[in-house]
Design a protein. Structure first.
Length: 555
């Protein structure tokens, strides 16, 4: 375990503020937006950052607000096509679609007025091709590593798993939210070098939802994903089809992510002032990409649309709303449909979380509607002026989601979320339960049993905690005295337990664990025995030790 390196953000021309809203704490770049500055409190970290004198970047970063808005149509990812059918490896004799997708260097225009940006991409595009499949329809994917021999983003060789003796470029693919056997789950240490490939089997024996695939390589995951290695994966079934939700061209994926770009249009990843230890604890970009474009527009008809939204950012939390304000209906979350539509004015998404949202433009003929995240404009909807007929339905009942009875849990684990700070409040790394990655496995639930995990967040940040292979429900969140916990070891609550938000009351695979809050999740360990991981989905945290193995034991 190499702690003792890494500073907080390099303060290149901008500083950071801490904003408290809805009981959450998020750090944001100070952009001069009054909405942000008015509530801003200069954090201990921002104070520390003013003490840092970073090296000037060779090419300054681009201010995306200097670009023309809404000049590029929203791109839609192409649908992946199988190249063959092969025998499923489960012994069933069934022949299943076989896909071959390469991780490779690519160039893409992120905006009309920018030169092509060098990226790493699945199948040559960011996002990669979208997989379309059905519940219970297995498929095989050969993931080829055809990346170049050298990385183009700053590797920190002091981070566990990214040592100098390892190949600089490595890759391994994880299907986020997939109920996947362990040999195909993309275990972070199962990486492979350029010229190699792995074929993974996805049984897809799970409810319909939006999953996503991305790199998960030990120690450089944040860099590989930032480079562009992510894509969407949709599972459907007949029950969902029968709801007659908006479909076809009226169902639109929106993959959100933020990047910093240099003025020459190339990716810029933030680094610490120490070139030997370039890791930074979070990477927030000022350029917000929707399906890989800056400020795209989408022509829509005045009717209902279904948007399948992923926060694919490394560390950015999005709080999505429409301007002018239009009420949305959230119909699904990470692991599928909610019991019924939840009317919302905004939708909060931490990295890794998904939202399934229906927006009805019927009352807004001829309008220009912006998709915003607080002060940031993400994209524009251009509503056509003429009325259309709309046969799609927004049913009041979507799917039965039975709350798991707490008494059914056979075990409760109390697990802390930890951050180590030095004397000037600079992060030295994060941990789960004060235990680095390489220590022996401590979480070993039995297959087909249910556990409660009490996630005790001792840090000042919100951490989106993701468990591989399983889905879970959020029981509640409760504020506690973190100082007393850290000094005396006693857990003293500061208020009542709060139920999850209505739009979190479905099946989840990633849960926001708020600062100084105990978030309880209840997890049926149903699926496959074997070694998996759980981790924070802020990728900079995950790469610097906020990830642990867990093992489902066969009964
Ligand atoms: Cu985290």
């Amino acid at each position: 375990m190499r702690l003792g390196h890494g500073r907080k953000f390099p303060c290149i021309g901008v500083c950071f503020v801490e904003e408290r809203a809805f009981g959450l704490i998020t750090r944001r770049r100070f952009l001069g937006h009054s909405a942000l500055t008015a509530s801003a409190v200069l954090s201990r970290r921002a104070i520390a950052q003013t003490m840092v004198q970073p090296a000037a970047p060779v090419i300054p970063n681009l201010d995306p607000n200097t670009l023309a808005r809404f000049v590029d149509p929203l791109p839609l990812p192409r649908v992946a096509q199988p190249v063959d059918h092969r025998a499923a490896p489960d012994g069933s004799g069934e022949r299943v679609p076989f896909y071959r997708i390469a991780m490779q260097a690519a160039r893409a225009k992120l905006h009309r007025d920018l030169p092509p940006t060098a990226l790493w991409a699945f199948g040559g595009s960011v996002p990669g091709p979208v997989f379309e499949t059905r519940s219970g329809q297995g498929q095989l994917i050969e993931w080829l590593n055809e990346l170049p021999a050298r990385h183009f983003l700053p590797i920190d060789h002091g981070i566990h798993g990214a040592e100098k003796e390892k190949p600089e470029v490595r890759g391994v693919v994880h299907l986020h939210g997939g109920k996947t056997p362990p040999e195909g789950d993309g275990y972070p240490e199962d990486w492979y070098a350029p010229g190699q490939s792995r074929t993974y089997y996805y049984p897809n024996r799970q409810d319909p939802t939006l999953l996503w695939y991305h790199d998960h390589t030990m120690g450089i995951n944040r860099l590989n994903v930032y480079a562009g290695l992510l894509g969407l994966y949709v599972i459907r079934d007949g029950v969902e089809d029968a709801l007659h939700l908006p479909n076809g061209k009226y169902e639109v994926p929106l993959m959100l992510m933020d990047r910093d770009l240099r003025r020459d249009g190339q990716l810029s990843y933030p680094v610490s002032p120490n070139p030997e230890k370039p890791w930074v604890p979070e990477a927030f970009g000022e350029a917000h990409l929707v399906n890989g474009k800056l400020f795209p527009y989408l022509d829509v008809e005045p009717r209902k649309y279904r948007f399948r939204i992923l926060n694919g950012a490394n560390g950015r939390f999005y709080r999505l709303s429409l301007s002018p304000e239009i009420e949305m209906n959230q119909i699904g979350t990470d692991q599928g449909l909610l019991p019924g539509p939840v009317p919302v004015k905004d939708v909060q998404l931490a990295p890794g979380e998904r939202a399934d949202v229906v927006i009805d433009f019927a009352e807004h003929r001829g309008a220009r509607v912006l998709l915003m995240s607080e002060a940031f404009t993400l994209m524009q909807f251009r509503v056509a002026p003429s009325a259309v007929s709309d046969s799609s339905v927004l049913p009041s009942t979507l799917r039965s989601v039975s709350p798991i009875v707490e008494a059914s849990a056979v075990n409760t684990r109390r697990l802390t979320l930890d951050e180590q700070l030095n004397m000037v409040s600079e992060s030295m790394g994060m941990l789960l339960n004060k235990t680095p990655w390489h220590m022996p496995v401590t979480e070993k639930p039995l297959l087909n049993t249910t556990e409660i995990w009490e996630l005790v967040n001792l840090t000042d940040d919100v951490h989106p905690i993701h468990l591989h292979m399983v889905k879970f429900q959020i029981l509640d969140r409760r504020r506690f005295d973190a100082f007393e916990y850290m000094t005396k070891g006693s857990l003293r609550y500061l208020g009542p337990a709060m139920a999850p938000e209505p739009n979190e009351m479905g099946w989840k695979d990633t849960a926001r664990v708020n600062s100084h809050t105990v978030t309880r999740i209840i997890v049926p360990f149903v699926g496959y025995p074997g070694r998996y991981v759980w981790h924070c989905h802020i990728l900079e945290h995950e790469d610097n030790e906020m990830m642990r193995p867990y093992e489902v034991l066969a009964t």
